[in-house]
Design a protein around this ligand. Sequence first.
Ligand code: T5A
Length: 211
Amino acid sequence: MKNKFIVVEGLENAGKTTACNIIIDILNKYGIKREKILLTREPGGTPIAESLRTIITNQKQQEHITKITELLVIYAARAQLLDNVIKPALKCGKWVISDRHNLSSHAYQGGGRQLNSDLIDELSYIVLGDFYPDITFYLDITPDICLQRLKIQGNLDRIEQESLDFFERTRNFYLKKIQQNDNIIFIDATQSLDRVVQNLKKYLLNWLKNQ
Ligand code: T5A
């Protein structure tokens, strides 16, 4: 089977990091060795992209970050990750699992920040061209649950401090995009972690069988 690019998406604390690790376990059991799998995250995943991530997440900025700056910094980080890590890894036969990717920008900057979607489409095209994930697992939680889990976590970063309305708009954008794309699998992540893991396994194994 040809190596693939798999993405996990969702609101804060939807369980994306946990899901990425479960996917690696399942791939291992499916016969894909750990050294053939690369786990990465966005924004981040290269030294420069990780520096750009701190600009996005740091809650103690010396000045206000404009919406456009936020968008451009996220795409700059994505360009670094794509050309220096993701594409080379795929080229040498590795499976790539990413904790967030381009759909996050549509949801957060397009939905949450209400930036013009043509602008985001254009930037997507400049940075990614026709490069898409083979499959995306979207873990759906309500903004209420998102904020409850953030409260438990404490020490919130810049975006995690956003309002319920912001997360409502972000989630609605995710839900809209899912309806337009068959390669995005919806997983109800309001359920117990065990149930989420069971569903993820079911969908991933089914998809792998058909590759
Ligand atoms: N961003 C990112 C943009 O605005 N635009 C973009 O284009 C991109 C790429 C960083 C920020 O950047 C923004 C969005 C973000 O604000 P991030 O590092 O992915 O993005 O940050 P988070 O979304 O905050 O990710 P986290 O790592 O905090 O959360 P995860 O990975 O979703 O969740 P996980 O697995 O670490 O679990 C978190 C907690 O929730 C519990 C877990 O046990 C854990 O304690 N949990 C559950 N509890 C009960 N039931 C369940 N089903 C649970 N699932 C998880």
